[in-house]
Design a protein around this ligand. Structure first.
Ligand SMILES: Nc1ncnc2c1ncn2[C@@H]1O[C@H](COP(=O)(O)OP(=O)(O)OP(=O)(O)O)[C@@H](O)[C@H]1O
Ligand SMILES: [Mg+2]
Length: 391
């Protein structure tokens, strides 16, 4: 699904905070841009306009937004469903009207309609799919999963695919793929203003599978807490140029990992069948829900699952309250041989883990029914897109 760039037009910081949280709590990946035009000159896909104060003074802003971004979703938010105000907002160019606070279901329905319209508008270029791999604990196999999935996606789909190593201090993505990096993610986030296709090509290293790699930093403290906003913008820029974006987000919930979770279409939580993994997976799932990066985007991967299980999978599912999406067996010899030779696991022979990787990646490339259920926008008598989601 497309990642949408949203803007909130309001003087009220509390409203900005709550609206931001609401925007990010739904199934559509969302990044927030501030009111200044994006550094890359991009217009937002969705704008929330706060009409709770002097509503009439905001109408010229809606008109300007509509003129600047004919395809954007403009959501007007007011204190009451006043019919004159609704009409004025519609005439100025709003697509949707909500009273504050809106019911989550109707609000996210409107976001889905906006995403569907934006996808149709991008025409031939399919929307980017962002897959974030996050470890329930260090050493769970997050990099192994991300790297092998990236190689397989690039190889099978022949689509533009990039993997981003978010881990500070010696991320291992480039190492696992046997490529030597000249530049790292820091060169990208420190030069966002010039991160066009040409410059990006300079920074990336290409694996023989076709997978492009934005290697990890070799600084111990970067990317760090202050880099979350830049990482968020980086994902927005990559989404314009790649069809698949994979992220090795490590296992720490910091501002950079949170930016990745917000951008994710799917969050793969990598766990092992042991007590620390289960305890941390529980906590992480709670945290993801608190962040508003909707829990329904999370898929649990159980790695190094060998009989006899220290904790049986059914018991793990019960404890974390989430189904296990895919199980990978423990096979250190095959995994380390594949990593050392730079050959993807799925090509490393007919081992069970190779078969599991092949199944898993094919499932990622062909997720049955995902994104096909959004209804077409209805039209009202004024010929404008469905506006009155009022209650
Ligand atoms: N299914 C598996 N069977 C056996 N060994 C595995 C399996 N998956 C990963 N490993 C091994 O476990 C070790 C840790 O894997 P990896 O580096 O992918 O974990 P990680 O979660 O990224 O670790 P870190 O927290 O250090 O980033 C590696 O030596 C890897 O070869
Ligand atoms: Mg790792």
């Amino acid at each position: 699904m497309a990642q949408l760039a949203a803007q909130i037009i309001s003087q009220d910081e509390e409203f900005q905070r709550q609206a931001g949280r609401l925007l990010r709590s739904g199934p559509t990946p969302m990044s927030l841009v501030d009111e200044r035009p994006g550094r890359d000159g991009a217009a937002p896909d969705l704008v929330i306009v706060d009409l709770r104060g002097d509503a009439l003074s905001m109408m010229p802003s809606i008109e300007r937004l509509r003129a600047a971004s004919p395809g954007a979703g403009i959501f007007a938010v007011a204190l009451a469903a006043d019919s004159d105000l609704i009409l004025q907002a519609m005439r100025a160019g709003a697509n949707e009207f909500f009273t504050w606070p809106p019911a989550a279901e109707a609000f996210h329905g409107a976001i889905r309609r906006t995403a569907t319209r934006r996808e149709a508008a991008t025409g031939a270029r399919p929307a980017a799919t962002t897959l974030v791999f996050f470890g329930a604990k260090g050493g769970a196999g997050t990099t192994t999963m991300a790297v092998n999935c990236g190689v397989e996606i690039a190889r099978l789909s022949k689509r533009s695919t990039v993997i981003v190593d978010l881990k500070p201090a010696l991320g291992e993505v480039a190492l696992f793929l046997g490529v030597r990096q000249r530049y790292s993610i820091l060169d990208a986030i420190d030069n966002l203003h010039r991160l066009d296709r040409e410059f990006l090509r300079e920074l990336l290293v290409k694996h023989k599978s076709g997978l492009e790699i934005l290697a990890g930093s070799d600084h111990f403290d970067r990317p760090g807490a202050a880099d979350g906003g830049a990482i968020e913008e980086l994902f927005r820029l990559l989404a314009r140029q790649y069809e698949y974006i994979l992220v090795d987000a490590g296992s720490q919930v910091n501002s950079c990992a949170v930016a990745a979770l917000y951008a994710a279409d799917t969050i793969f939580l990598v766990a092992n069948p042991d007590v620390p993994s289960v305890r941390n997976a529980q906590r992480l799932l709670d945290r993801v829900r608190q962040l508003g990066a909707c829990g329904e985007r999370v898929r649990v991967l159980l790695n190094r699952a060998a009989e006899p299980y220290p904790i049986p999978p059914k018991q793990i599912e019960g404890a974390i309250g989430h189904p296990i999406h895919h199980t990978f067996p423990s096979d250190y010899k095959t995994v380390s041989a594949a990593l050392n030779s730079g050959v993807p696991l799925a090509l490393s022979g007919s081992t069970d883990i190779a078969v599991q990787f092949d199944h898993f990646t094919r499932g990622v490339l062909d997720p049955e029914g995902v994104g096909t259920s959004s209804p077409a926008p209805k039209r009202n008598r004024l010929g404008l897109e469905r506006l009155a989601s009022i209650w």
